[in-house]
Design a protein around this ligand. Structure first.
Ligand SMILES: C[S@@+](CC[C@H](N)C(=O)[O-])C[C@H]1O[C@@H](n2cnc3c(N)ncnc32)[C@H](O)[C@@H]1O
Length: 374
């Protein structure tokens, strides 16, 4: 049994935890932006391929309280790293320190590097290291003096699914878009709209959930370069994921945006993700587009004012959105925005509000639960 760490944006740990449990893995602990779980190498592969809200999957190589550089050196030098880390790798070490006695990432990095080389020299009884194409990216994460030594198994961050060939100026991260959908009442029986869809991230993520398409099927991972990986296990995990795709989904999703160029991007991205068959694309102002039958769900990311519009335009836009909410009282509304005073402008208090980070921008996710469908 090994321990793994899935990292995520602050505020979505509970969603990530639920996803890990749905894969039938055991969550061992969680804290800000981190969910730990246990399992084997297949677990690690599945986590990379299936988790929709994780940013990266790390293998936990060791953990210890360290208060001095000597203690840090000893911790890394005495870890059992063979056979996970081979003697022929290219080693990249990153360091992070929060509220800890050792606070200089540079110094931590350099000590870890020295200790790692000593460790591997002794373990493999070699004195010179040949570099090869096996890349190992390590992270020494120090929080309140507790050091975690981690091996990155993902490579490029997991929000990079591989389908977004084009994007507009203010795209949501795919992982955050998926969290927004998973925080809503969306399922294949409810019609979903995103009337400010931009490059289509929210509807594409929702459609991937509706069709049960694993987010990592279209990309590569760092673990594929580790020499001890059994590629047949990886192929079987992928094969099982392909088998579970729902080819004929009854879900219907509606994406629109006022910008024709972005609508084209959204369509191209959806095609790349294999979900264009269940999404309707339309160039339209959100005020005049058609909204269909009752109990629809609107999940959307309107302009924040900061990046795309003047403040006055944004105020009018949010007022108009409030009018739309009045017009369709059986709908549920989920709006992510950093624009101040959104509930006041809508003249409706949200049933729940969460603070979420869209990259570095602090946003709020306003959740208005409509009535239950009859
Ligand atoms: C924050 S962006 C959405 C980004 C999107 N979530 C993504 O991941 O690409 C806001 C979008 O609202 C669109 N927009 C602005 N005013 C609009 C209006 N009146 N009706 C419809 N779309 C509008 C912009 O073209 C822009 O694409």
């Amino acid at each position: 049994m090994m321990e793994f760490l899935a990292t995520c944006a602050f505020g979505i740990e509970a969603i990530l935890k639920r996803e890990i449990q749905q894969l039938k893995f055991t969550v061992t602990r969680s804290s800000n932006g981190k969910v730990f779980f246990s399992g084997d190498i297949k677990t690690m592969m599945m986590a990379n391929i299936h988790l929709r809200t994780a940013e990266r999957i790390f293998m936990v190589l060791g953990e210890k309280k360290v208060l001095s550089y000597d203690q840090l050196f000893d911790f890394i030098k005495t870890l059992k790293l063979k056979p996970i880390v081979s003697e022929y790798g290219q080693y990249n070490i990153q360091a992070k320190s929060v509220k800890s006695k050792l606070f200089s990432p540079r110094d931590i990095q350099s000590i870890v590097n020295k200790a790692l080389i000593e460790n591997l020299k002794a373990a493999y009884k070699v004195s010179v290291f040949e570099e090869s194409k096996e890349k190992y990216a390590f992270l020494l994460d120090l929080q309140k003096d507790q050091a975690l030594f981690l091996l990155d198994t993902s490579g490029a961050a997991l929000h990079k699914r591989g389908y977004r060939i084009n994007q507009g100026e203010a795209p949501l991260k795919e992982t955050l878009a998926s969290a927004l959908v998973q925080l809503s009442f969306f399922d294949a029986s409810r019609t979903l709209y995103d009337p400010f869809c931009g490059a289509g991230t929210i509807v594409i993520e929702a459609a991937m959930i509706a069709k049960n398409i694993a987010p990592g099927l279209n990309r590569s991972f760092a673990f594929l370069h580790f020499p001890w990986i059994d590629k047949t296990v990886y192929q079987s995990v992928k094969k099982a994921a392909y088998k579970n795709i729902i080819m004929e989904s009854s879900a219907r999703l509606y994406a629109s945006d006022i910008d024709p160029k972005l609508m084209r991007y959204a369509e191209e991205n959806a095609t790349e993700a294999g979900v264009e068959d269940i999404i309707d694309f339309q160039v339209a102002d959100f005020k005049i587009r058609e909204y269909g039958k009752d109990y629809g769900i609107i999940i959307t990311n309107p302009p924040y004012g900061e990046r795309l519009e003047t403040t006055k335009d944004a105020e009018v836009l949010y007022k108009d959105f409030g009018l739309l909410m009045k017009k369709h009282p059986s709908y549920s509304y989920y709006v992510i925005s950093s624009y101040p005073g959104v509930e006041g402008i809508f003249k409706q208090k949200a049933d729940r509000t969460r603070v979420l980070f869209n990259g570095k921008i602090k946003t709020r996710y306003y959740q208005y639960y409509g009535p239950k469908p009859e």
